[in-house]
Design a protein around this ligand. Sequence first.
Ligand code: GLU
Length: 291
Amino acid sequence: MFRDRFAPSPNGLLHLGHAYSALSVWKTVQNNRGEFILRIEDIDTARSRPEFESAIFDDLTWLGITWQQPVLRQSDRLSCYTQAISKLLSMGVCYPCRCTRADIRNALAATQENGRGGNTADAGAPPYPGSCRGRRMEDATNRDSIRLDISKAINLLGGRDAISELWFDEVGAKHAGRHYLSADTLVGSHGDIVIARRDVRTSYHLAVVVDDGEQKITQVTRGEDLFGATSVHRLLQQLFGLPVPVWNHHRLIRDGTGMRLAKRQGSASIQSLRNSGKTREDIRKLVGLPD
Ligand code: GLU
């Protein structure tokens, strides 16, 4: 069964970018006689609000979308994430990290001064400099986050050559085709990712991979800003022995000045567009979707 998902975080009102994403999932699900999976990604308890979750349900319903019940909420799944983390711990590929953001910034600045700058080929932040890599899990405290030692994970999976034989398929226009993983990119651009934050005991990367597996997602549709994370997700799937979906990273919706829409910038919400009298067809036009 074809299963694609829309996975918003309830930390603000949905904007046109979300409408585009949700309508794209809806269209492929219909074309493939599949299921629309709605997942509420609310591990960030400090920013998630029940009223934003209700607004997501209202907006999607208004857009004419229906989804499978029950809706999975990440905050209900913390024990599953703990189990997944235990699996990684038993593989010996994790270490505790006590670094604050400031520690990481300072360590990166120091390596750059020594002429050994981090790989910034990726548009994202440079990878974690590895300051805590020598620490052992036995010495972890509850103030530590847990990181995946990406080089150890690569070795466990058979080393660089074995990694370069792993691939994922992309159907989105910009990156369409087969993408092989690269140990250099994983180490140089992503580095030792956090798998358990100190506050929520899971992380975006871990939760998304565990849930896509649990929900038997066959296609992952999301914005192209997340394309870079896909190699890491593919690596985690391999470590967990999870099935591998196809990815569809779609273009981002931008405002009149070319800026990508974001909740934090107060981009016009679907709710406000709806209240100002816009119709569902108007929304489709605004995001450039054919009728
Ligand atoms: N929860 C993420 C967001 O709202 C989407 C994550 C994903 O689709 O992988 O941006």
